[in-house]
Design a protein around this ligand. Structure first.
Ligand code: C2E
Ligand code: CA
Ligand code: CA
Length: 676
């Protein structure tokens, strides 16, 4: 019992050796005692009968009774043991939570009821990412008042109380001591050896889960802080372009002909003069004041953002018709015309406002932004006014439909090419597979990166065909690799819209069959935002893909909002930690802890962790130390044409890619897939 300690205060010891402390078993024990009483009465009656029949027969009684006694005790003991381990197992299963407070609540509740204690507490040490923390409670739940960072916590009144016995066990996890677990009894109590064993075993389970939960909590906080930083303007505290984009995506999804979504872009007309004459500090203050004023006067807006310089964007949803946005623009102009006072000055500023609405004026957010910008340009020509977008005055309105038409031609004329970026095993250094990244060999503009066209594609209705072209090329290439005994995988990116297409699993199945590629060698990468969707069809498509045996990967993990929640919902084979997330891992302890937490999370879900954006050796070494399984990045290999990848990895190409399955494995696989 070297790791357990007990401390007592209060009345002298009472004899508690025979106490039966596992409350949950009490009822059953009482029943047993009743049975024993009944048994004893039966035995007494039998003895009396025996004595009346023949006194000499009584000689056999003592050993017989001793045997019955031993049997009773053995039975009772076995029952107790079973109860205890069943409760422990149940408790350990219930501990499987991701939130530290939930883990604490379950642990404290379970432990107090298992040991019959009056309260329990979990005291956690400070770590690089979490403060020292104490959770206290009883079997009824946590005591909110006492669950605080340890420094800020009021003294527990019971601590100072009179009659208390404490038992404590260290919380030792895979990464060392995490803290201490204590249980307290108001009355003097001596825990039996078995109960102490339970306490110690349970403490170990708690420490493992708690360590993970704390890291995940820290990861969520970090992600939330980063998300706030990434979505807000430092000077004014308003949202930025990224926030506008996110809010608009949601608002646009709910919009329709009778629920117009308006974007108003405001540009201050005299701001440059303020900056030039009063200096930049005054200019900053002025922008802050104007920003606050817009925010407070646009209560109905779903987003008020600073888009840069002296430009602000206001997003309003649910307008019954596009013309209602013009009334908002007039109100905005009136408000801006009121003088702003600071440093004893009263400065009047005028603004110009450009207005565009979805779906009347634009078919997606990018178009809405661009059209509000065009309208602003039109408004600027007459200062202090607003302008609603008019296609007949927009010189660029032909651009987008033209791009869609070009993309249609690109699909028909096979202008899309797929490059491959290798992924390596961090332990063995061996190549494990490659990610297929699309490029467009444009007849005039040369090789275009996905950033230049994927977005337009996703809103064009062509995304289904596009994904199938990339998939076909990637699967064909992968099926042609024969790299000795290693079966390399190929990863293909899916767009959010692909998961809304219930035909997808069947299409994927046909591509695999066509090229004879075992499903497990195809990894489909899906971003978190897509998987967060609660839509039934997404669930259906994902389970259809899983049933095929295809692997699923979460792309850009850490950039979404409810990463953990959805990982609990959807089972994946791989988690790709976003490169913005891993970039600091080599230099900052907090980033390192978060990457480690993600790796542990992936592993606890039975998935592997892939680090993206490995740009130098230091990052590679760090990811290996953090237990990451695979790595991908410019340092290991840039995305390259299929032929270059084959050369780089020394892959032999099968002369005749196998259209029909040859190996026993793939025959079995194909049979399974087609249900033969
Ligand atoms: P992604 O899925 O996160 O792909 C990885 C991107 O990171 C690629 O950009 C790759 O070139 C880049 N990258 C790889 N290693 C490094 C590194 O060490 N440092 C840095 N800074 N970047 C690195 P790429 O090829 O421009 O693709 C951009 C995005 O376009 C992809 O991001 C993916 O979301 C999308 N995309 C690419 N191909 C497809 C496709 O076939 N279908 C769909 N739906 N989207 C695609
Ligand atoms: Ca990807
Ligand atoms: Ca990625």
């Amino acid at each position: 019992m070297s790791h357990l300690s007990a401390s007592a205060a209060g009345p002298p010891p009472a004899v508690l050796a025979e106490q039966l402390p596992f409350h949950d078993g009490l009822r059953r024990r009482r029943l047993l005692l009743l049975l024993i009483c009944v048994g004893n009465i039966a035995i007494s009656v039998a003895v009396m009968g025996l004595a009346l029949w023949s006194r000499s027969a009584l000689v056999v009684l003592p050993p017989l009774l001793a045997l019955v006694g031993i049997a009773y005790r053995g039975y009772l003991h076995a029952l107790e043991e079973r109860d205890v381990w069943q409760q422990l197992e149940k408790a350990a299963r219930e501990l499987n939570q991701l939130d530290a407070a939930e883990v604490a609540a379950v642990a404290i509740g379970r432990l107090t009821s298992m040991l019959g204690a009056d309260w329990a507490e979990i005291i956690l040490h400070r770590t690089a990412t979490s403060p020292a923390m104490t959770y206290s409670g009883t079997s009824q739940g946590l005591d909110e008042e006492l669950c605080r960072p340890t420094d800020a916590r009021p003294a527990r009144s019971a601590d100072a109380g009179s009659a208390q016995v404490f038992y404590s066990a260290p919380l030792d996890g895979p990464q060392g001591a995490v803290g201490t677990l204590r249980v307290g009894f108001r009355e003097f109590t001596v825990l039996k050896k078995r109960e102490l064993h339970v306490l110690r075993t349970f403490a170990y389970a708690v420490s493992r889960t708690m360590q993970n939960a704390r890291l995940y909590d820290a990861m969520c906080l970090h992600a939330a802080a980063k998300a706030h930083e990434a979505s807000h303007d430092v000077l004014t505290g308003l949202g930025n372009r990224a926030l506008l984009h996110d809010r608009a995506e949601i608002a646009l999804a709910a919009a329709g002909p009778r629920r117009q979504c308006a974007l108003l872009i405001v540009d201050l007309d005299h701001f440059k003069e303020i900056n030039d004459t009063l200096g930049h500090a005054a200019g900053d203050l002025f922008l802050q004041r104007v920003g606050q004023r817009i925010l407070s006067s646009m209560g109905e807006a779903v987003a008020v953002c600073r888009l840069g310089g002296d430009e602000f964007g206001i997003l309003i949803e649910g307008l019954p018709a596009a013309r209602h946005a013009d009334a908002v623009a007039v109100r905005l102009l009136d408000m801006l015309a009121q003088p702003v006072s600071f440093d004893g000055l009263h400065l009047s500023v005028e603004g110009s406002v450009g207005v565009a609405c979805y779906p009347d004026d634009a078919s997606c957010f990018e178009e809405l932004l661009q059209r509000a910008d065009v309208a602003l340009y039109q408004a600027k020509s007459s200062r202090g006014s607003f302008s609603h977008y008019r296609a007949d005055r927009d010189p660029s309105s032909l651009h987008r439909p033209a791009l869609v038409a070009e993309l249609r031609a690109a699909l028909a004329e096979d202008q899309l090419v797929v490059h491959f970026q290798p992924q390596f095993d961090l332990q063995s250094g061996a190549a494990r597979g490659a990610e297929a990244l699309v490029r467009w060999q444009h007849p005039r503009r040369g090789l275009l990166a996905p950033g230049e066209f994927v977005d337009v594609l996703e809103h064009s209705g062509l995304v289904g065909d596009f994904t199938m072209v990339v998939l076909e090329k990637a699967v064909a290439e992968c099926a042609s690799w024969s790299a000795g005994s290693v079966a390399l995988t190929v990863s293909v990116n899916l767009s959010a819209r692909n998961l809304l297409d219930s035909e997808l699993p069947d299409q994927v199945r046909r591509v695999l069959l066509r090229h004879g590629l075992p499903a497990a060698r195809l990894i489909l990468e899906i971003t978190e935002t897509t998987m967060m969707s609660e839509l039934d069809v997404v669930e259906e498509v994902l389970s259809g893909l899983r049933a095929l045996g295809v692997q699923l990967s979460v792309d850009d993990f850490g950039t979404g909002y409810s990463s953990l929640a959805f990982l609990q919902r959807v089972s994946v084979n791989e988690v790709k930690i976003d490169r913005s997330f891993v970039a600091g891992a080599a230099t900052r302890e907090s980033d390192r802890a978060l990457v480690r937490a993600t790796v542990q999370l992936a592993h606890s879900l039975g998935a592997r962790a892939v680090g993206e954006g490995v740009e130098d050796e230091r990052l590679l070494v760090t990811l290996r130390e953090l237990g990451c399984d695979l790595a991908q990045g410019y340092h290991l290999g840039v995305p390259m044409p299929a032929e270059d990848l084959r050369k780089a990895l020394g892959l032999q190409v099968r002369r005749h890619p196998v259209p029909v399955p040859r190996t026993a494995e793939s025959v079995r696989h194909l049979r399974a897939v087609v249900g033969a």
